[in-house]
Ligand binder design. Sequence first.
Ligand code: XCC
Ligand code: SF4
Length: 672
Amino acid sequence: MPKKRTLEEYSIDPAAQQMITRAEEMGLSTAFTRADDMAPCNIGAAGMCCKQCGMGPCRLTKDGQTGVCGATIDTIQARNLLRAIAAGAAAHSDHGRGMALTLKAVANGEAEGYIIRDVAKLRMVASHYDIPIDGRSPEEIANDLADLYIAQFGQQQGEVVPVRRAPSKRLQKWREQGVVPRGVDREIVEALHRTHIGDDQDPEHILQHAIRTGLADGWGGSMIATDISDILFGTPAPVLGQANLGVLKIDMVNVIVHGHEPTLSQMIVAASQDPEIIEYAQKAGAKGVNLSGICCTANEILMRQGIPAAGNFLHQELAILTGAVEAMVVDVQCIMQALVPLASNFHTKIITTSPKVKITGATHIEFDEHHALSIAKQILKEAIDNFKNRNKNKIVIPQSREDLIPGFSHEYINYMLGGSYRASFRPLNDAIMSGRIRGVAAIVGCNNPRSSQDYLHSYVTKELLKQDVLIVQTGCGAIASAKLGLMLGEAGLSEVGPGLREICETVGIPPVLHMGSCVDNTRILTVLTQMVADGGLGDDIDAVPAVGLAPEWMSEKALAIAAYCVASGAYVIFGGASPVSGMPDRVSDSDKVLRYISEGWEKLYGGKLEFIPNVDEMIKATLEHIDKKRAALGLPAYDPKRFGQSGDARMLKLEKLPLEKRRTAIYGTAAK
Ligand code: XCC
Ligand code: SF4
């Protein structure tokens, strides 16, 4: 499979480049080279193809053309977008449902190996919904919360309860627009119903339901998933971790967990440290089991236990190409079918575990939360048994590996800024109000082999840091920054704007905060809500100088996240191609939907969704938006020369030195 682009055009990560070269030498394809061979269909890419019924598929490529049923271009684009958002919301929310059912089983003492790890979070979440907590055991509270959360999925009328946690003005806006989700499943089903042939045909009306479906994800299924993961596995707090393929170990059984749900992976973490399993691995000639993660399963165990991340989405095949992986254990979402044929060139076993996901040719060991620990041990034994099949001459582990400190949950940021007795976001708000921090950007989302892996993530992140923009990250974007070494206390601070740098050094945080997995984008919603509550930044989320970016998006889940962020008042910028771009050069007015989700949605919600392929324009739009919001709040205009101009470090011109060296330079070598 000869490569058609330069290595830098495939990925900026040296570990990836090494493995892509290896694949080429071995004559194996990867998503990188398959993307070369599979040009996207330009009609489908523009959202102009409808295959909603057997009279089609209808491809609308001429002015005034309609589908066989008479459907217009805007209707078709709006329907396509709604369907994608519904699929994304379904994926996140089904994950949330699984968590809720697990919580119920734990509360009833029916889930082997699980405990309620974070009672404080349980009590906090329960009190949002007026579930009594005083004098009750964690199990009693958890039982009520599980019942309430399980009910959110099948609820038919009323409002899903997590929306109560939004700013009151925001909730009011949603009520006025008629977009408060009634039940998570109901909105997703209705999205499918409305987009069936012969149903909803008014584009704006269809897109109104896209907002409602998105909200059912962000302020529904995803928020439920995050809450319960924290309750069962602990709310993340800073911990030392590592990222990239260099975390694989030559002398250990390498097991990679990949996918999204933490229920099984957390149990595999526990099982990998079990003396029985370690002994079993030693008998097989290995030092033990070395666990690492890919995609959001990685994020879940990285931010809680510091289990290393082998990489993000486009690393899944590359990990197998090392020849050092005994088993890749997958659950749901973002798992490439290509893993199985690729693994057949090595000894690696692909083990599927979800009742929802089987892959032809993979080993299926089905997970059941009632017997989680036993199943986790069975999976690890399967991997250990495979150690002897390794071909030692075929192993190449790239030596790229960076340290990071993930674990910046809402709760931890609150505690870090305000202390344990007066946890608050006050110092953050003050820093934004004074202009030390210009604004906040959430840089999230996937890798996409159509653009160089991690390039857009890293470029946008680094440029915004220079502009004093604090960065929060989740998903594969977070792993990109981790691999680049941007998530350590002092790493790269010399490249960070002076005001933001002052804050990072004073509070002791990295300028790029790892907030978790993709469902944990809801942490960003609750952080924004609390920033509003803390005062000084307006009375609703759309007033906050903040932007959400997904520079390398590819999944339908990303579109669902975009919909709920827009509905929550955020300006959302996606890189790459718009799925509703239309082809205005061929069909005039085929970009009406594209314009509506920007200008139209902004009028209704204060947030908007835009696709900006050019990375410098993406940065420009971000900064303009932040400055516009600052001006609207009456805050001083951002001035890069205003802060960070005083202090010893400045006097001695030591800013470029790392913190440790700086201390020595100020106090001399004797000081410690
Ligand atoms: Fe990564 Fe969450 Fe995207 Fe999948 S979807 S590629 S961010 S793992 Ni969230
Ligand atoms: Fe064509 Fe209409 Fe059927 Fe879509 S729903 S495939 S536009 S006939």
